[in-house]
Design a protein around this ligand. Structure first.
Ligand SMILES: [Zn+2]
Length: 54
């Protein structure tokens, strides 16, 4: 099973749900980097939000 990772502009590599911070605003759910708060592209964040370390 392949895993998605996202390299944030701050240098952090996001792998799991806990690397993201959920943002509640408007009607759509969005995610930001847990380190710096920059927005993470929705498609990538959705995949990451389903990944957990095991
Ligand atoms: Zn970041």
């Amino acid at each position: 099973m392949s895993r998605t990772t996202y390299q944030c502009q701050c240098g952090a590599t996001l792998r799991f749900r806990q690397d993201l911070t959920p943002e509640r605003g408007g009607t759509s759910r969005s995610w930001t980097c847990g380190d710096c708060g920059l927005p993470v592209p929705g498609v990538v964040a959705e995949k990451l939000s389903h990944q957990h370390p095991s």
